[in-house]
Each structure stands twice: as C-alpha cells, then as structure tokens.
Design a protein around this ligand. Structure first.
Ligand code: NAD
Length: 470
C-alpha cells in the first residue's frame, strides 16, 4: 500500500497545544485543510471571533491565525464531520492529574483521550492515521489501538503514532516555527513506518529533515515525560542551591552563571525563582512517579517525586520569607502581587506559583492586591476559589483587590511581591512606586528581574531569591 498523502487534518482539542500547533501546520502547509475541533463552544467561538480575540494569549499567534483562518484553517464544534473528512487526526485533549480513584494525585486522567478515541472509532468510515499529541503515560497508544480496533467499521484500519509536543507557552509560535526536534513514534512494522512517513512529510514542509526524529512508540511517549522531568529537575536543582545561597551569602545568579558556563551543563533553565508552574511539569513528573511505582521501581519514583517536593518547598519558603521580613506578621497588612500567570508572555495560570503565594497570604489574613497584564479577572477569582476551598468567594473578595496597572496596585501598600517575570515590571518607575508606598517599603523579587541595588538606593528594603541578607 502506498503511503497516505495527507490532504485533510483534524485536530481534536483547541487548547494551548492543539490551537497553536495546528494553526502553524495550516500556515506552513496551505495545500492541507486543517480543522480544529473542540466540545467547548465558547472556546471555538473565541477562535472564530471576528476581531481575533482568541481564547489564549501567545505572542505571534494572532498573525498566524489571521493568515490562514477561512482559507485552509477552520475551527468547529462539529467533531464527527472533521473526523470523517480527515486522513490524519491529532488527539490533543487535556490529560490532567487524576483527582480521585486509583492513582489519584499522580496518574494521568485519560478519560478525555479515551472518549476522543471512542468518537473516532464510532464515526470514522475509512482508515485513519491517529496521532497522540497529548502527553500520555507509556503504552497509551496500545490502549487507543485496542479501543479503535474493537469498535471500528469493517475495512477501516488505524495506524497510531505518538508525536508529543515540545512547545513552551510564551514562545509557542517561535518553537513551532523552528523546533529543536519533531519526534514521531510508530510501530516498527511497514504500516507503522508508512504512517510515520505521512506525518513526517507534513512537518517536512518547514522543518529540516535532520530535526524530524523517528523512534519506537513507547520511546516517544516516554521521551516527552523524560524531557519535562529533566527540565523541571534543573529548576529544582538551582532552587535548592538558592536556599544555600541565602544561608551563606553566596549569590545564585553568580552560581548559575559559573555552573552554566560548563558546556556539559549549559546555561539554559538555570534561573532560580519562586518555583515552576504551568500545566505540564508537575503533572508529567507525577505521572512518571506513578509509572515508576507501577513498575515496582520505588527508588526511581522517590527520585522524581523530590523534584516536585522541592518546588513546593521553594514556594512556601518564599511566603515565609515575606512573613518573616515583615516583622513576623502580615495580618492586616497590604501586599501587592505583581503577576498571576505562571510565566511571562502567557495568560495561562495553571499551577501558577502566584496562586500558592496568595493562598498563604490570605491564610495569614493579609490584604492582597493583584495586577497581571494578561490574566482576566474571572480566571483569577476561579483560581483563588479553587485554591481556598474553605473560604467563600465573597470573603476572598473582601481580602483581595484586582488593580488595573502595576503603579495603581502598589499605591499605599507595605510590600510588593514579583511573582511573574513580565518585562513591564522591570520597566516600572520604581521611584514613583516608592513615593506612593507605606514606609518602610519592601520588595520581594521572586523572579530575579529587578536591580536590587538600584531599589535599595531609592530606599526600598529588598529581598531576592538566592541572595543572603544585605
Ligand atoms: N500547555 C502546554 O504547554 C503543553 C505543552 C506540551 C504538551 N502539552 C500536552 O498537550 C495536551 C493538551 O494540553 P493543553 O494545554 O492544550 O490543554 P487544554 O486544556 O488547553 O486543551 C484541551 C482541549 O481539549 C478539549 N477536549 C477534551 N476532550 C475533548 C473531546 N473528547 N472532544 C473534543 N475536544 C475535547 C477541551 O475542551 C480543551 O479545550 C495535554 O496532554 C498536555 O499535557 C501541553
């Protein structure tokens, strides 16, 4: 059988991954029709909004969608039609950590993947290549194959590929335009290799061949978990060292600079901070912990679990620094938190360290004012309500205020906490901030973005992660 020529692609899941990834495929492959589908009508309406008020913020995304939407890029809730028309289907649905049942708190909740797979089996009228784009535990492709084969119509065959996504939020478009690598896992049968070739030929429209890596299915699935675990492990390692720096008077920036100069280590991902967030790192490591335990590898599980525990420690250590520095009590004090997104250049708040910090400040009965340039109010209230299940939202709203700008947020406050590394926080007129704050005025830099010396000269008392007391 000749390898399939892909003319129509369907992507199930119009989220942070499915949306940008398939919008870029549409841009780079004008000969392919790409339809991104989702059950969430509001999300699809936002993707289709006439003024391009898209459901996610990502630099450069609007231009990509503007170039292709209505030409060869479509957003729809008609999942069945898109499945039926496509030769190749990306499954890009969410795989959050399970909240209840077996593996709760660790294992991935695969029910979205399973229901998308069952839908494909139920409505497909001819053979398809089904591509696992979601991050999943090892051997999920096998379960998908079993479901598809047990439920498909006669004459339909399904080839399953694993094609994990390595984009980082905040730089997603850049990452998709010029990926370090595209990884495709397939069965090592002739059919598996042909399916792999069909997907590789899509990426080959803009990705150099040397960057398209083809491996076995299970290696591909595990590589995604491994990549995220190793990236997060670097952050936890540098954060662990930041605690030593604070206790000894060493400077974490100098330490990471010196360590990163070693070409075997490299300089990226060695920035100390209040902790990592985002929808992936914690979830994927916990998934790896669960996998290791299921495979009776407790030492391996304990090793990876510590990466997450260190991250929790770093967040609570930072909250404690704020309380200790403000004369051991923040009850009734006014604290500004600058940044709510889990990192700069995204509106995504999943697992954002800001949420943990604010939860801790509320527990101490402080008043908190929040400013973030991209996160909307509704999202902030939803996240704070979830993080404080014992505090009714009306009470949260009595303790928390949302401000329209950074300057406004800092007026008449005792302390400012930098929780997200938005560029605009570096560019604030800190003299004006100081003039309008209650004295003594404190700044806590949880992202190492401010010039602490300059702030001290203005009159601030400054605490920076990874630097001892001055
Ligand atoms: N966000 C990231 O930076 C990132 C990076 C790499 C990989 N991933 C992985 O990609 C996957 C998707 O992540 P995301 O951030 O895009 O999630 P998301 O929650 O933003 O989007 C998932 C979308 O899938 C939709 N959906 C769920 N079940 C569906 C179904 N049966 N039919 C149609 N639509 C359905 C949901 O409505 C939602 O809009 C996850 O497995 C994640 O781990 C995420």
């Amino acid at each position: 059988m000749a390898p399939v020529k892909v003319k129509k692609i369907c992507c199930i899941g119009a989220g942070y991954v499915g949306g940008p990834t398939c919008a870029v495929i549409a841009l780079k492959c004008p000969q392919i029709q790409v339809t991104i589908v989702d059950l969430n009508q509001a999300r699809i309406d936002a993707w289709n909004s006439p003024d391009f008020d898209l459901p996610i913020y990502e630099p450069g995304l609007v231009d990509v969608v503007k170039a292709s939407r209505g030409r060869n890029l479509f957003f729809s809730t008609d999942v069945d039609k898109a499945i039926q028309e496509a030769e190749l289907i990306f499954v890009s649905v969410n795989t959050p950590t399970k909240k209840t049942g077996v593996g709760a708190g660790f294992g991935a909740d695969l029910h979205y993947v399973e229901s998308a797979t069952r839908r494909i089996a139920a409505v497909a009228q001819n053979s398809k290549i089904v591509v696992e784009k979601s991050t999943v535990p090892c051997r999920t492709a096998e379960s998908m194959r079993t479901i598809l084969e047990a439920n498909c119509k006669p004459g339909c065959r399904f080839d399953i590929l694993s094609n994990p996504e390595f984009l980082a939020e905040g730089t997603a478009i850049q990452d998709l335009f010029s990926p370090d690598r595209v990884l495709i896992g397939s069965l090592q049968t002739q059919e598996g290799k042909d399916a792999c070739g069909a997907l590789a030929s899509v990426y080959a429209n803009w990705v150099p061949n040397g960057r398209i890596l083809t491996v076995g299915l299970w290696s591909s699935e595990l590589s995604k978990l491994a990549a995220n675990a190793m990236l997060a492990q670097r952050i936890s390692s540098i954060n662990a060292l930041s605690a030593i720096c604070e206790a000894t008077g060493a400077n974490i920036d100098e330490v990471s600079h010196a360590v990163g100069y070693d070409s075997r280590v490299g300089s990226k991902f060695l920035r100390a901070s209040v902790g990592f967030g985002g929808s992936c790192f914690q979830k994927d490591i916990l998934n790896l912990v669960y996998l290791s335990e299921s495979l009776h590898l407790p030492e391996v599980a304990a090793y990876w679990r510590q990466v997450v525990e260190l991250n929790e420690y770093q967040k609570s250590r930072f909250s404690k620094t704020v309380v200790d520095t403000l004369f051991n009590t923040i009850t009734g004090k006014h604290i500004t938190v600058l940044g709510f997104a889990f990192k700069a250049d995204t509106g995504d708040t999943r697992e954002s360290p800001a949420i943990s910090l604010i939860r801790d400040f509320l527990a101490e009965r402080a008043y908190v004012t929040i400013y973030d340039p991209k996160v909307d109010a509704e999202q902030i209230w939803q996240d704070l309500a979830e993080a404080n299940p014992n505090l009714p939202l009306e009470l949260i709203k009595k303790q928390v205020t949302l401000a329209p700008s950074a300057l406004e947020a800092c007026k008449n406050k005792e302390a400012v906490v930098i929780a997200t590394e938005w560029k605009e926080f570096k560019e604030i007129d800190w003299q004006v901030v100081y003039d309008n704050m209650t004295k003594p005025a404190f700044v806590f830099d949880g992202r190492l973005i401010l010039d602490a010396e300059k702030l001290r000269k203005i009159g601030f008392r400054v605490k920076v992660i990874g630097r001892g007391s001055q």
